[in-house]
Design a binder for this molecule. Structure first.
Ligand SMILES: Cc1cc2nc3c(=O)[nH]c(=O)nc-3n(C[C@H](O)[C@H](O)[C@H](O)COP(=O)(O)O)c2cc1C
Length: 118
């Protein structure tokens, strides 16, 4: 089993990272393969609302790190998102990442509805 944690903090190795490491340590103790990604290290362009993902299961933005991240998400059995609280919400960095996962979310629903139709 693979557990992927994504840190939405701007600060590597600080509070959010420490909490995610605790979660991953426990998962590892129970036998999981774990990985922590710091999105502050990654180039993730903002969603431009082109809505291509409503038609094809792919994001139109291909020249950043989101493709690599999507491959890791698809390969993982579990995903843990961590973020500092910023004005009662997740960080802008994490929200930016979340917006870019829309095609993955739609892909999941497409396969679910196909299963239901079969
Ligand atoms: C712009 C900004 C907004 C914040 N808003 C909140 C908030 O609404 N509530 C809160 O409890 N802490 C807030 N904080 C504090 C952070 O959530 C807190 O310091 C957090 O532990 C930082 O995580 P990190 O060490 O992973 O960066 C805010 C910090 C910043 C920089």
């Amino acid at each position: 089993m693979k557990i992927l944690a994504i840190n939405g903090s701007h600060r590597k190795g600080k509070n959010t990272a420490m909490m995610l490491e605790l979660v991953l340590e426990e998962a590892s103790r129970l036998g999981a393969e774990t990985e922590l990604l710091e999105i502050t290290d990654l180039d993730i362009k903002p969603c431009k609302s082109c809505n291509q993902c409503l038609k094809v299961p792919q994001c139109s933005i291909q020249d950043d790190d989101m493709g690599m991240l999507a491959a890791k998400i698809k390969a993982a059995d579990g995903l843990v998102l961590g973020s500092p609280v910023y004005f009662g919400n997740v960080s802008a960095r994490l929200k930016n990442f979340m917006d870019r996962t829309r095609w993955l979310y739609l892909l999941d629903h497409i396969s679910l509805s196909c299963t239901a139709l079969l």
